[in-house]
Each structure stands twice: as structure tokens, then as C-alpha cells.
Design a protein around this ligand. Sequence first.
Ligand SMILES: Cc1cc2nc3c(=O)[nH]c(=O)nc-3n(C[C@H](O)[C@H](O)[C@H](O)COP(=O)(O)OP(=O)(O)OC[C@H]3O[C@@H](n4cnc5c(N)ncnc54)[C@H](O)[C@@H]3O)c2cc1C
Length: 324
Amino acid sequence: MNKIQRIGIVGGGLSGLALASAASKKGYEILLVEKNNVLASEASGNSLRIIHGGLRYFQTLNFERIYHSVKAQEDLLTRYPKYISKLKCTLLLPKNLIIPSYLLTRAYNLTSCLIAGHSNGATIETNLPFELNKRFTHGLSWNDATIIDTNGLVDSIKDEIKGQILLNTQGISFKSKNVLLTNKEELEADIWVLMGGPLCELSSRKEHCYGWNLIFKSDKTCAIGAKSNGRFLFFVSRENQIAAGTWYTKDYPTESQINQAKQEITSLLPELELDKFIKAEVGVLPGITPTEKIEILKHKTHIEVITPKLTTCFHQAQLVLESI
Ligand SMILES: Cc1cc2nc3c(=O)[nH]c(=O)nc-3n(C[C@H](O)[C@H](O)[C@H](O)COP(=O)(O)OP(=O)(O)OC[C@H]3O[C@@H](n4cnc5c(N)ncnc54)[C@H](O)[C@@H]3O)c2cc1C
């Protein structure tokens, strides 16, 4: 294969941007195409914005994923301290918990030492700052991180990219391995990487689901997770808002599904006022339910990347660069 100098990337979400930044650092020239007129306006812009790295993934006992999330969190906090900050999360524990919470805390701290080389410092929280459903009496707290300014983060990553970013490119197809056709022009690169998400016309992943959060006006500052209907629902405060989620549906959420979700929220946090509801933030994800694994698929004309989370977008970029 000829030496690769110019990498073409389809999709200007956080995955495409992270790859463009990582590749620029390695000396590649970038040509990034985005169909919208704003970067990171699809799944990346509608995400709950938690940079996971703590207790959340312990429920799956997927230690490789925990390791990479912890490392990604540390890396992002160091690289973008203006746009990503620590987020104290509290996982609500039910009254009738079988395992005593002090054992849970120790097990978590020990495991995070073994996996990540340090403890993320879980503590038991009894003084919760809001009125809870009576099922929950206390919680387990640890530090995750959150994106506090998505636009700032995007601009900062954009500054690291050496090459060209083209916005508003509609309709794509490959003329050959190196030439991508858009409605406007022919674009050439030594290799093309598809990071357009599941609705991109060239995606081989035909199944997708909608992920959505509900946004409420609120001046509470909290980040909590509670088990509800078999999975964790998170409440994360932003400036004068709380984002709650995430729900997953096969189709774009209907009004009745949103109303049902609002009921689920108030049954967990009765204090949250439903009349302060602002909007639903909706994004599209690969698979019928969200995938857990980064997938790098090699097609005849291009490489395609299936992304599970924004947390590990730079780790994913590294894997893509190693594969080309
Ligand atoms: C509601 C919700 C909550 C979430 N919460 C979290 C969370 O808290 N933490 C976490 O780590 N992850 C979370 N995720 C997952 C995370 O948001 C996604 O995994 C991540 O943002 C995917 O980034 P991406 O760049 O691959 O996709 P996207 O951000 O969707 O970017 C794909 C880009 O490709 C562009 N594109 C598509 N087709 C074309 C084309 N033909 N030509 C040019 N451009 C094209 C799109 O316009 C888009 O900008 C959440 C997702 C959702 C939906």
C-alpha cells in the first residue's frame, strides 16, 4: 500500500473530530466532511455528556471497558480542563440492599485500584440534597466527569486539526477507493474513514435506535443515578437545567413515550417539577439497543467505525490509526 498522507473522514461528530485531531498529531493531513452546517450536532450534541470512568460500568463487569473509560476520563480532564470538569455522581441505593454499602464501597475502591492503578474514591452518602422516592435511603458517590461546554470543546479539538473541514456536504458515494463524491465535488484522500453514524447513507449498520434525554429547568446541582426498569437513569445538572436519561426507543420518541418517561422521572425524584420540562434531546445510535464495543470494519473502499460512547473517542481514534 502507498504511504498514507491524507486521511478523509466522513462525519464531524466527536468521533470524527477526535480521529482528525489524533491523526493530525501523527502528521497526517485531514479532509473532514460534515453534512450539517454545525459540527457535533447529532448524537454528540444530544448526549447526556457524562464522561464515564467510575462505578457505572462495574455493573457489566467488563474490565477492559472500565480500564479504557477510566484512562479516557483522566486524559480528557487533563487535555480540556476548560470544557470538561469533574462530576460527583451518586448512585442511589435501595433500602433493602442485600450487600452492605460499606462492602460495596470497598469492593469498588479495590477493583478500581487493580484496574486503573488508583481508587476513584467511592464514599457512602447519606445526606442527599433532594427529596427521594422512599425506596432509596442513601447512595454511593464517586467522581465521573462531564462536558460543560460542548461548543468550546468542539472548537478546541478543531484547532488541533491540520487540514480542511467541509460543512454542508450532502449525499456521498465512492467513485473509487480514494475518491469520495459529494453533491458539490470530488474529494481525494489516501484512505477514507466513515464515522457518520447509523443514518449515514454508506453505513453498513442498518439497525439503529433513538437515544433521548429529557431536559428540565432546575437550579439543583446534582448528578445521580438510580435503577429504574432494569437500567440506570441519570440526572445531571447543567447551567439552570437538569438533563435526565437516557431512554432508548426503536423509532423517534412519541409524545406518549415522553410523557411516560416524565412519570418515571417524578417517581424517582418527586421534587422535580414536570411543568419545568423544556425539551427532549434526541440522537441516533447503532443497533437495536446501544452497542458496547468499538467496531472497526474494513470495506473495499473505506474503513467504517461503529461507536458506542463519546467517552472513549480518543482511544477509538488510536485504534483506527493503528488499523490503517
Ligand atoms: C441521548 C444520548 C445520550 C448519550 N449519553 C452519553 C453519555 O452520557 N456519555 C457517553 O460517553 N456517550 C453518550 N452517548 C453516546 C454518544 O453520544 C455517541 O456514542 C457519540 O456521540 C457518537 O459520536 P459520533 O461522532 O460517532 O456520532 P455523531 O455525533 O452522530 O456524529 C456523526 C456525524 O456524521 C455526520 N454525517 C452523517 N452522514 C453524513 C454524510 N453522508 N456526510 C457527511 N457527514 C455525515 C452527522 O451529521 C454527524 O454530525 C449518548 C447518546 C445519546 C443519543
